[in-house]
Ligand binder design. Structure first.
Ligand SMILES: *Cc1c(COP(=O)(O)O)cnc(C)c1O
Length: 492
């Protein structure tokens, strides 16, 4: 045993763990040769994992236990020194999370010719916090000046708050917004020697902003900085940022990945040996494992094993679901584009969208070229679109209130179609001026089309748009009516 200073008992466990790790690495290599759908369905949960460790269960088990027991003091010592793979305590790691994390690492790393890993978190916001704070904690800013980071301003509302309020205002870490993310010179002009990372979201929620990912990665790396990308909307079924040069990927697993809507989850996925000129080797070598073993161990934003397996179960059919949602969204967008009550439709899939050509260079349905139905690369643009209703805020609310099948909820990526009016919900706190800058007018409805037959979604939109002039049917909450009956109310 070369590990000097280990007692023979501890060394025995380390040797056994090295052998187990070697077998697992072989399994990862085998899985990486499979197609996307196969990885999504099986991940690292093999027959031997099942038969040797999990009583033959064909589905990954949900280990709700708080902690792991050890055979003796030697194993405990080896485990708590992280000398052997262990899960110790569910705040740090857990077998159910292990299966979930490895599927996501493989899916985000699909087609990427390096290794990837993943750290699950309790939410997408926890993932963003976990992925950014380490770069703001290491070393001092140059000559005592405050650190900064550069981010696209078209980001999810929660991200905007975390960056502008929690980091910039409360902690004095300057957030430098890139206003026009397609302008590469603007990205570069914001970087200086105190910049810690570059951050972007694409397609952005709700604005569907898009930028040249490979070109921004090149700028980041020229300055020795990591590029972090929020890939929530597209998911690895349409876009794998690591393949285009990104160092770290964020997932709000809550959304496209857990399309059933069974709870909140997040993840940080990264390439091994990421670019960062100021970080120590241990951070760069395996960033998600660094997060898991150190800051998240101490801060505790961990995912519940139950949620990990619910999300994993949804992820098995990710590719075909994203294809279905995308095709349905395209049909709905085309219908709305020709509707007399609609002022404007925004969908990256429509050739008239100003970012259509750029997005078409990046958003492809994974493995379409290996699909007997398609047999060639196929662009797909996801489930997120928006529409602007003629007649202002009041008409827009009337249409929105008349939906009978589309759910009114601030949510996205669901198997059920959902819609929101951002001006009165997600973007309410930004104020009128902020909404004008972000191009979120009061007549904008964000719509995420799900897995229903598109004809039925179109029929619901059609009858709701007819409500601008006619009468509206409002269903009264069960608590306020006998049997939750509907009643006719005059159009307002
Ligand atoms: C919802 C969302 C988040 C935050 O994720 P939670 O799981 O809700 O914490 C982050 N980024 C994007 C793009 C989102 O849509």
């Amino acid at each position: 045993m070369s590990d000097a200073g280990l007692s023979p008992g501890v060394a025995r466990y380390v040797a056994a763990a090295q052998e187990a790790q070697r077998r697992r690495n072989e399994e990862i290599a085998r899985m990486r040769r499979c197609r996307f759908d196969t990885i999504a369905v099986h991940g690292l949960y093999t027959m031997s994992e099942s038969l040797d460790y999990n009583q033959g269960s064909i589905i990954e088990p949900i280990y709700m236990a708080s902690s792991q027991a050890y055979r003796d003091s030697d194993e405990m010592e080896a485990a708590l020194a992280y000398l052997v793979p262990t899960w110790c305590y569910s705040r740090i790691a857990n077998p159910s999370l292990f299966y979930f994390e490895n599927v996501l690492a493989l899916l985000e790393g699909y087609g990427f010719d390096g290794e990837t890993s993943c750290c699950a978190t309790s939410s997408g916001m926890a993932a963003i916090h976990s992925a950014t704070e380490p770069f703001l904690s290491i070393g001092a800013g140059g000559a005592g000046r405050p650190m900064n980071f550069v981010a696209t301003c078209q980001v999810y509302g929660g991200t905007f708050q975390q960056f502008a309020v929690r980091k910039d205002r409360e902690k004095g870490v300057e957030c430098r917004w890139v206003v026009r993310s397609t302008d590469l010179e603007e990205w570069e002009s914001k970087i200086d020697e105190n910049t810690r990372f570059l951050y972007g979201e694409l397609p952005s929620n709700p604005g569907q902003a898009f930028f040249d990912l490979a070109a921004v990665a090149e700028i980041a790396h020229r300055h020795g900085l990591p590029l972090i990308i929020d890939n929530t909307v597209g998911s690895p079924a349409l876009l794998r940022p690591l393949c285009h040069g990104a160092d770290v990927v964020i997932q709000s697993v809550t959304k496209t990945l857990t399309s059933s809507g069974f709870g909140i989850a997040g993840a940080v996925i990264a390439r091994k040996n990421l670019t960062c000129r100021f970080a120590p080797e241990e951070l760069k070598a395996d960033f998600p494992m660094y997060i898991k073993a150190l800051p998240n161990r101490d801060n505790g934003p961990n995912l519940s094993p139950m949620n990990a397996i619910l999300s994993l179960n949804d992820m098995r059919t990710l590719r075909s679901k994203v294809d279905l949602f995308s095709r349905n969204t395209m049909r709905v967008a085309e219908f709305l584009g020709g509707h007399p009550q609609i002022e404007k439709v925004d969908y990256l899939g429509l050739p008239a969208h100003p970012l259509h050509a750029l997005a078409s260079r990046y958003l492809f349905l994974v493995d379409a070229e290996h699909d007997p139905e398609y047999g060639r690369p196929i662009n797909r643009y996801g489930h997120l679109m928006s529409l602007r209703v003629k007649g202002g805020a009041a008409a827009t609310r009337r249409v929105f209130d008349a939906f009978q099948r589309i759910w009114r909820a601030t949510d996205l990526g669901r198997v059920k179609s959902v819609a929101t009016i951002p001006a009165i919900s997600t973007h309410q706190q930004q104020g009128e001026e902020g909404r004008r800058l972000a191009d979120v007018p009061p007549n904008l409805i964000r719509l995420c089309v799900g897995g229903e037959h598109p004809d039925d979604v179109i029929a619901d939109l059609d009858q709701a748009l007819a409500a601008i002039t006619g009468k509206v049917t409002v269903s009264v909450p069960a608590a306020f009516s006998v049997g939750g009956a509907s009643r006719e109310v005059p159009g307002r």
